[in-house]
Design a protein around this ligand. Structure first.
Ligand SMILES: Nc1ncnc2c1ncn2[C@@H]1O[C@H](COP(=O)(O)OP(=O)(O)OP(=O)(O)O)[C@@H](O)[C@H]1O
Ligand SMILES: [Mg+2]
Length: 170
């Protein structure tokens, strides 16, 4: 993994898949063309659930059901911004990765969510929002965001301010 310091970090917890989805939907609404969300966490930690929320926030119609792109590695969905959902679980190594021609997608005009993003290692874009999901318990997840690059720092700051003001109201 690239080891530079993030510009902004924020950690929260969700206590249901729906809560993870709605957090991700909130983030999805803020995403713009070229934004990359790197999802990192064990099997079943919620990377696909998070991606489903992003898709909603990006305006992907509800008729599209977002699953892990098991065989395809990459699925593309139409939205306010085109949404590329990648799952690198089955990619065997850097050799296979370079054959996939991911640059076009990682540096293109869509919003990108990457499950198992750590497999990109040094190929992970310098500008990205990392989302680290870990288990608290069966229904609870710790979700830690790290923003790399100005653009993603801005998106994360907006997301954080939304949740802070929501807390102050309640
Ligand atoms: N707070 C939560 N947030 C997200 N998912 C949760 C939560 N609590 C329970 N779950 C459950 O955990 C599972 C998460 O599955 P999901 O497919 O999103 O994981 P994943 O990280 O994509 O796994 P994989 O590595 O296999 O692709 C779902 O069955 C979901 O219902
Ligand atoms: Mg998944």
């Amino acid at each position: 993994m690239r080891n530079e310091q993030p510009l902004l970090r924020w950690t929260t917890q969700t206590l249901s898949p729906e809560a993870t989805q709605s957090l991700a939907e909130r983030l999805g609404r803020l995403l713009r063309p070229g934004d990359v969300v790197a999802l990192i966490g064990e099997l079943g930690s919620g990377k696909t659930v998070f991606s489903q929320g992003l898709a909603r926030g990006l305006g992907v119609p509800k008729t599209f059901y977002i699953t892990s792109p098991t065989f395809a590695i990459i699925n593309e969905y139409p939205g306010r911004v085109p949404f590329y959902h990648l799952d690198l679980y089955r990619v065997s190594g850097p050799g296979e990765l370079s054959e996939l021609g991911l640059e076009e997608i990682l540096y293109g005009q869509g919003a990108v969510a990457i499950e198992w993003a750590e497999r990109l290692d040094k190929e992970l874009p310098a500008e990205r929002l990392e989302v680290h999901l870990t288990f608290l318990n069966e229904m609870g997840r710790n979700i830690a965001f790290s923003a790399f690059g100005d653009k993603l720092e801005k998106r994360l700051a907006t997301l954080v301010s939304f949740y802070k003001s929501a807390n102050e109201r309640s």
